[in-house]
Write a protein that binds this ligand. Structure first.
Ligand SMILES: [Zn+2]
Length: 323
């Protein structure tokens, strides 16, 4: 929530509370309320993701607000309390709990996949990650990034960071590359991976490519250590998260740029996901080696559509989880 106050021409003050992620019950617009010592009290949907409460009063600052259960409580000067109860606020309460760590793949000395002169995985995925951060923030989530600019981060540090932040979700963002020129014309589409021992050939290839930066630390991931970090529940949850994100990315992109190929949600052995104590997925946002898709990945609006899909997928997963 954000709070600020503004002086009013008639000598009173406007106290504004912006509550992110909250929505008014269906069919309700601006509502007015009257209280003793308060000139006006208004609640309105300021934007799809922002509920605004405005209190106009000549009283001293009303900035001692707090959450109490599912209520936003604003103590008034004469001992009375104005509160907005129930459904309206429940949305925020739930969202406030969730922390999401976004991991833009590669960075610094590690370019990731490159193609055609200007197509650079580390730059593309950072741009998408930043757009995703804004969208998730606007939805009311707490968001951290493993890197916010162009520097190198070791793979184990990325999930370590998410664990330290007690993240509820870890999202690693990448772009794929075909193994050779002939396949560059064919390979395209979205792929979403979660960590699990079973894997297909395509999944193995993608994992080998993304893991290559850590070859010199291979013993960090001895098979036993890796398996001991996995548990059935985490695999199932990561898979569910992957399905929701994959679905929403496809609908977001299809609305904008026609058919996008769905590579599906697959288990794989990505080292960057090892050690995550929360549901975690790695998204290959497309093939930078594909003549058309590679070009699209550089387009800022296309990147926004990708970010929108990812954010909506996360939202859907978390909503289903709450039920
Ligand atoms: Zn990558």
């Amino acid at each position: 929530m954000r709070y600020f106050s503004l002086p009013s021409a008639d000598g009173s003050t406007k106290y504004v509370y912006d509550i992110y992620g909250a929505t008014l019950p269906k069919g309700k617009g601006i509502s007015h309320h009257s209280y003793k010592n308060i000139d006006s009290f208004k609640i309105a949907q300021n934007s799809p993701n922002k509920l605004r409460v405005v209190i106009k009063s000549k009283q001293k600052p009303l900035n001692r607000h707090a959450y109490s259960g599912k209520m936003l409580v604003i103590p008034l000067t004469y001992g009375k309390e104005a509160s907005i109860a129930g459904r309206t606020i429940s949305n925020i309460e739930n969202k406030k709990r969730y922390t999401i760590v976004i991991d833009a793949g590669h960075g610094g000395k590690d370019n990731g996949a490159t193609c055609c002169g200007d197509r650079n995985e580390k730059k593309i995925v950072l741009a998408i990650a930043k757009k995703l951060r804004v969208k998730l923030n606007n939805m009311g989530y707490k968001v951290y990034m493993t890197r916010g600019s162009d520097f190198f981060v070791q793979l184990p540090k990325r999930t370590e960071f998410a664990n330290k932040k007690r993240a509820d979700i870890f999202i690693s963002i990448h772009a794929n590359a075909a193994p050779n020129k002939k396949k560059a014309k064919i390979f395209r589409g979205i792929e979403v991976y979660y960590l699990s021992p079973a894997q297909s050939k395509r999944a193995k290839e993608a994992a080998e490519k993304e893991n290559s930066v850590m070859l010199e630390h291979k013993d960090y991931y001895t098979k036993n250590a890796y398996l001991s970090l996995l548990n059935r529940e985490k695999i199932v949850e990561s898979h569910k998260l992957g399905l929701d994100v994959d679905k929403k990315i496809l609908s977001s992109l299809n609305e904008y740029s026609g058919h996008v190929e769905n590579g599906g949600v697959k288990p794989a052995n990505f080292w960057v996901l090892v050690g995550a104590q929360m549901p975690s997925i790695l998204i290959e946002t497309g093939y930078i080696t594909h003549p058309e898709e590679g070009k699209k990945l550089l387009d800022s609006y296309y990147q926004s559509r990708l970010a929108k899909g990812i954010a909506e997928g996360i939202e859907r997963y978390l909503k289903n989880k709450r039920r």
